[in-house]
Design a protein. Structure first.
Length: 217
């Protein structure tokens, strides 16, 4: 990942920093100092502080553009699907290197085809049904009890290929945040955006987003 991409990821998943930046209440240099160790850990090399400051400034500038996006039909022609009973399986780069990846994927395909696989900046993730046979695939991995996050649901947002996915994620996060619902995570694939929520919030989040699509159709 590039430094601007890492800066966006770190800020977006930290709601307090995200909100302060949006309201222009944050010192860019102080924030750069705060997140520099995490960026260097992920990249495995030293990073000039000014480079991080510039990336933060550019991300902050994008909020002014996104204010104008709110008046546009960001979710026009979007399609939604909701799946509950989802489990997020996270494992580190080291764990992944020690796995028989082909064997794991083969076992997955024999149990279910309803799963997503993502590479993150510092880990790999499976999003799949929360069933015991899936857990058993990972039973030989040390400390596997820390791999599973449960009680989740996913909403897949399929949008036209010519539409900016980052605009959609920002827009969706704002709509749900304004209604007291926070995202657990968000993932990008070539064909869609997948947002992860606590299962208790999923139905309401779906209705809010669906109503927004109907409103602008």
């Amino acid at each position: 990942m590039s430094i601007p991409e890492l800066v966006r990821e770190i800020i977006t998943r930290n709601r307090s920093i995200y909100d302060c930046m949006k309201m222009d209440l944050i010192n860019y240099t102080a924030l750069a100092v705060k997140i520099q160790p995490e960026i260097e850990r992920i990249l495995g090399s030293t990073v000039n502080l000014n480079t991080i400051v510039v990336a933060i400034k550019r991300y902050a500038d994008s909020f002014e553009i996104k204010e104008n996006i709110k008046d546009e039909n960001v979710l026009r022609n979007a399609r939604l699907s909701l799946t509950d009973g989802i489990m997020d399986i996270k494992f580190s780069m080291k764990d992944f290197a020690e796995m028989d990846t082909m064997s794991i994927l083969d076992k997955f395909s024999k149990i279910t085809n309803n799963y997503e696989f993502f590479r993150m900046s510092d880990s790999f993730r499976f999003l799949t049904e929360d069933i015991e046979s899936i857990r058993q695939i990972f039973e030989n991995i040390p400390n596997n009890e820390n791999m599973f996050s449960t009680g989740l649901a996913k909403i897949r947002i399929s949008i036209p290929s010519n539409q900016n996915q980052s605009d959609v994620v920002s827009y969706v996060a704002e709509i749900l945040h304004d209604n007291g619902i926070e995202l657990v995570n968000a993932f990008f694939s070539q064909e869609s955006i997948i947002i992860i929520l606590n299962e208790k919030d999923a139905s309401r989040a779906y209705e809010i987003l669906h109503s927004d699509i109907v409103k602008i159709s």
